[in-house]
Design a protein around this ligand. Structure first.
Ligand SMILES: NC(=O)c1ccc[n+]([C@@H]2O[C@H](COP(=O)([O-])OP(=O)(O)OC[C@H]3O[C@@H](n4cnc5c(N)ncnc54)[C@H](O)[C@@H]3O)[C@@H](O)[C@H]2O)c1
Length: 381
């Protein structure tokens, strides 16, 4: 079978996500496995063109991974006819400008979430891509996590009966940066730089809810900045102006209520950094990144409230592990393969800029709900 190579312009690859998940675990991993296989058997290799602001860092990164092309000139990278795809994993605040340049140049565009900082800009990106006729996609990696794929399998198999509610807990302690280095970049804690946990996580929760449980019809959220001062990568103190925790209630079509806490100021007392409990009339499940446990209605205990007696039942031991039944690949890589097939042979790819804009819309309405202290309906975009 034939093999072809396409250029992929990758911006923001010196960052956490761009480097690890997109360059190493997706694009380079795809090449190592022999490319993306199209439906006619043709294989497609990806030729990364690294774009960034610091030529020395780019050169080091390129050398480390055996990548031949790197540049600080985005427009130069976009002029190459063989460079079919532009990918963006820059800080969120830098995204819209670069993505619009790529659309202007006629490139198909794939980007990290959120696609923009405001819903107006996110919609403008979707419109610009449609007007120019370029394929577009946004990262929705959580959908491809083993834990959520198991949840999908349970839903498709009718395990839950009627789904009543979803409880999500996401978060961990992000160090303040003074006595221990922070494990996330400081821009995340400055509102002016596109930071904030609502803008970061509500787009994720939006596509999880929309794809697994139904359209989000209304939101009530309370965002908080629990830690008002932090210390950055260079040891300088700064004011944390962005929200670092958000407590959200979402009303979904069909009456499902989802309640999701997101926090960088919580200490983990869970099995995984994110967990979703889904309760249905016929059964319940708790899904994390990898694992998923279930309890069927027939195996449900009957606790009786009596604070005078010690707890005699180990409730968590009464749940059953959902087996893997398959090999799970890296979710970012799976989505890259889908996007390449979408570009080259029009394979379905529902995770487009319109979906990205709905995620940004939920973040924007969540922040407005918090500021105004009220429930807000989510209009169709
Ligand atoms: N899908 C996910 O699970 C996930 C997880 C974390 C972050 N993200 C998203 O990925 C994007 C990057 O996040 P990250 O955590 O990798 O950030 P990061 O700070 O580690 O990397 C940011 C990248 O953008 C570049 N950049 C361009 N313009 C910049 C500017 N003006 N200031 C600072 N850096 C600039 C940096 O050089 C770097 O390459 C964000 O949009 C974020 O929302 C997605």
């Amino acid at each position: 079978m034939s093999v072809r190579t396409i250029g992929v312009v990758m911006n923001g690859v010196t960052g956490r996500m761009g480097h690890r998940q997109h360059l190493v675990r997706s694009v380079l991993a795809i090449n190592e496995q022999g490319g993306v296989t199209l439906s006619d058997g043709e294989r497609v290799l990806l030729r990364p063109v690294l774009v960034g602001r610091d030529p020395a860092r780019l050169a080091r990164l390129a050398a480390r991974h055996g990548v031949a092309e790197h540049t600080t000139e985005l427009d130069a990278a976009l002029t190459g006819d063989d460079n079919l795809i532009y990918f963006d994993a820059q800080v969120t605040s830098a995204r819209v400008k670069s993505v619009l340049r790529a659309i202007d140049a006629g490139k198909h565009v794939y980007t990290e979430k959120p696609t923009a900082e405001s819903v107006d800009e996110a919609v403008a990106l979707a419109e610009a891509a449609a007007a120019r006729g370029v394929k577009n996609g946004v990262v929705q990696d959580k959908l491809f996590l083993p834990g959520l794929l198991k949840l999908r399998r349970l839903i498709d198999g009718g395990f839950f009966g009627r789904i009543l509610s979803v409880r999500g807990e996401f978060g961990y302690w992000v160090f303040e940066g003074d006595w221990q280095e922070a494990q996330r970049p400081s821009w995340n804690y400055r509102a002016a730089d596109g930071g904030g946990i609502v803008l970061d996580m509500f787009p994720h929760w939006h596509y999880v809810m929309e794809n697994l449980f139904g359209r989000v019809e209304a939101v009530y959220a309370k965002a908080a900045t629990h830690i008002p001062a932090r210390v950055d990568e260079h040891g300088a103190a700064y004011e944390a102006t962005a929200d670092d925790a958000a407590y959200g209630i979402f009303e979904l079509e069909g009456g499902v209520i989802a309640q999701i806490n997101s926090s960088w100021t919580v200490r983990v007392n869970r099995d995984e950094l994110v967990e979703f409990q889904v309760d249905g009339t016929h059964g319940s499940a708790v899904a994390g990144l990898r694992d998923c446990r279930i309890q069927h209605r027939a195996g449900t205990p009957k606790p009786v409230w009596n604070p005078d007696l010690p707890v005699a039942t180990r409730f968590r031991e009464q749940w059953q592990e959902v087996p893997d039944n398959t090999e799970f690949d890296n979710g970012f890589k799976i989505q890259w393969e889908l996007f390449v097939r979408h570009v080259l042979e029009d394979a379905p790819f529902p995770y487009d800029f319109a979906a990205g804009a709905r995620g940004v819309q939920l973040a924007e309405l969540g922040l407005r709900s918090s500021a105004e202290g009220r429930r807000i309906e989510v209009p169709a975009l």
